[in-house]
Structures are given as structure tokens and as C-alpha cells.
Design a protein around this ligand. Structure first.
Ligand code: UDP
Ligand code: MG
Length: 321
């Protein structure tokens, strides 16, 4: 019951937030370790994601002042997901549990206790889940909610209203490290790691200082990345479309023949329109079949692990009869 906790914080142009965030997180760590929930060797990792302001200077300053702050500087801006992964992979095998949280502390650091308790109860992954979206604009609320629903329908297994605020044990980090994909959408990937998991619920605050580092363009990109990196359903959709159009073309054939024999068509229309529908259907269907193979190639190139072993009863497997 004396685990080393590593808090991982991706930072992109967060000079306005850093001092506040560092102090809050440090106090929290002290608080947690005095309650003997975690080891005194616990620490905080700030990952500078190629910031163009004083973020890295601030991080280096902090790490000079106290060894509980560790700085990792990426060579350039790689985006939130990659920065977070860099942090998580750096703490792997250097901690017992990790918690990832945004630098603006919009997520509730008072959840740490609950998260750690859930870990002690046996969860290797604990998701921080927002219980409402009051701090979001109406636009973000609607788009986010429909987005989660679409992802679900497309077959991606993601936790509703959970962003990247989560606890992962070292085992879960090991599991995550065996995914080698480049198109990263951690929210979708972490559930694929498996293990027993649970959630804690909290209310998300507004950002205290600075502005959102997720402008609409980046958000749309992340959303699209989520759909295309997790599921090949969109490709499959083409096949379905092809089948649907082919079926419609058969119905159209009847309609066209009726019109033809009623003499209500100009010459050439019937053959033309039948070919348009029929060929359209065939082309879409063939594209769908090709899509099906492309989807397979896509999944193969990701080299995802086919399984992750949780436990083996014997360290050496040589039976004695
Ligand atoms: N972030 C990052 N790289 C980027 C964009 C954002 O590391 O290219 C970090 C940012 O510093 C913050 C977190 O990702 O810690 C989430 O960003 P933000 O709070 O601006 O997003 P929002 O809460 O508005 O969705
Ligand atoms: Mg934020």
C-alpha cells in the first residue's frame, strides 16, 4: 500500500497555468503521501509539447527547485495524444500507478483518492468521467455527445464522457506499450488493453487561465482520427451502400419497364437509366469489397497485439509428473 504515483501532464503553451498547476499537484501529492496512500517517492512529469512560450523554462525552473518535478521536452509540437503517450511511456516501470491530467486542471484533482482506492480494490485502469457538461458551450455539448454516440454505433468501445483523465497501473501501461500504432486515439486504445477497470465521476471546471489549446480545427481532427483509427466501419458502409443501390436498381428496373410499356418514355431513357442505377450499384459494391481488403491491410499494419496476458500461475512452465 505504498505505491509510487506518477502524475503525467502534457503542456502546450501553458506558461500561465504552470505555477498554479505545479503548486496544486505538489500539495495534492503531499496530502496523499501523508495519508499513507502513496509513496514519498511519487512525482509529477510535465511533458512540454513543443511550446513556443516560456513553458519549458518554467518546467526546468520547477525541476531545479524540487526533485518531485520532472520535465520532458519534445522536439516539436506533436499534439496532445502523442505528448501524453510520451509521458506515460517514460514513467512506465518507474512507477506503480500513473494518473494523466491536463495542465489546466479542469479535471478534479480531488478524485485522485477515489482513483487510488479503486486501484486498491483491483482496477488496473480507472477512468475519470464527467457527470455533466455544464462548463461546455452548447455547441461543444451537442457535438461531443453525438460524437460519442456515432463512435459507439461504429463499434468503437469508448467510455462515454471520459477524456484523458485516468489512472493506469504499471501493468496497464505495459499493455498500452505493446500497441505500436501511429494514429493515436488513447481514449479508444486504453479500453482495448483490457484488465478490470472502473470509473470515478466528477464535475469539470472551466479553464482558469490561458485559452483552450484545442481549437475547432484540432478538435475535428481528433474526432476524425478517433473514427478512422478505431474502426473500419466506414469502409464497410460502402459495401452496404452498394448493396442498397443494387437493390434499388432492381426496383427501378420494374418501374422503368412499366413506364416503357406504357409508352410514357422518350426513346433511350429506359436503357440509360437502368444502366446508371445498375452500374452505380456494381461500382459501389466493388469499392466496398476493395475497402474490406484495405481495412484488413490497415489493421494489419497497425501491428496491434493480439492478446495481453494478465497473469500466469507459474513463473516456469515445466510440469513434474
Ligand atoms: N496540449 C498538448 N499539445 C497540443 C494541444 C494541447 O499537449 O498540441 C495539452 C494542453 O496543454 C492541455 C491538454 O493538452 O494540458 C488539453 O488541452 P486544453 O485544456 O486546451 O483542451 P480543452 O480542455 O479545451 O479540450
Ligand atoms: Mg482544458
Amino acid at each position: 500500500m505504498n505505491e509510487i504515483l506518477a502524475i503525467v501532464v502534457p503542456c502546450y503553451n501553458e506558461e500561465e497555468m504552470l505555477d498554479y498547476t505545479a503548486k496544486k499537484l505538489k500539495d495534492k501529492l503531499n496530502d496523499l503521501s501523508s495519508k499513507v496512500q502513496i509513496s514519498k517517492k511519487s512525482y509529477i512529469v510535465f511533458v512540454d509539447d513543443g511550446s513556443t512560450d516560456q513553458t519549458w523554462e518554467k518546467i526546468s525552473e520547477l525541476s531545479k527547485k524540487s526533485s518531485i518535478f520532472v520535465g520532458i521536452k519534445l522536439t516539436k509540437n506533436q499534439g496532445h495524444q502523442n505528448a501524453l503517450l510520451a509521458g506515460l511511456m517514460s514513467v512506465k516501470n518507474q512507477c506503480d500507478i500513473s494518473i494523466s491530467i491536463d495542465a489546466d486542471l479542469q479535471d478534479d484533482i480531488n478524485c485522485f483518492e477515489d482513483m487510488i482506492n479503486k486501484f486498491h480494490e483491483g482496477s488496473e485502469i480507472v477512468y475519470g468521467v464527467r457527470n455533466n457538461r455544464h462548463s461546455d458551450s452548447v455547441f461543444k455539448k451537442i457535438t461531443a455527445q453525438s460524437y460519442y454516440k456515432v463512435l459507439r454505433i461504429l463499434g468503437a468501445n469508448i467510455v462515454y464522457n471520459h477524456a484523458d483523465f485516468r489512472l493506469m497501473s504499471n501493468k496497464a501501461l505495459e499493455g498500452l506499450s505493446s500497441f505500436s500504432e501511429v494514429n493515436l486515439f488513447l481514449r479508444g486504445l486504453v479500453p482495448m488493453v483490457g484488465y478490470s477497470s472502473s470509473s470515478v465521476y466528477y464535475t469539470r471546471d472551466e479553464r482558469l487561465a490561458g485559452e483552450s489549446k484545442y481549437p475547432l480545427k484540432k478538435m475535428l481532427f481528433l474526432a476524425f482520427e478517433g473514427i478512422t483509427s478505431l474502426s473500419v466501419s466506414l469502409l464497410r458502409f460502402i459495401t452496404l451502400l452498394g448493396v442498397a443501390v443494387s437493390l434499388i436498381s432492381i426496383l427501378m428496373l420494374f418501374y422503368i419497364l412499366i413506364r416503357h410499356f406504357q409508352d410514357k418514355t422518350i426513346s433511350g431513357w429506359s436503357s440509360l437509366i437502368v444502366s446508371v442505377w445498375f452500374l452505380g450499384g456494381i461500382i459501389l459494391f466493388s469499392l466496398g469489397i476493395i475497402g474490406e481488403y484495405v481495412g484488413k491491410i490497415y489493421l494489419e499494419t497497425k501491428k496491434r497485439p493480439r492478446y495481453i496476458i494478465e497473469e500466469i500461475t507459474h513463473s516456469e512452465m515445466n510440469g513434474e509428473l
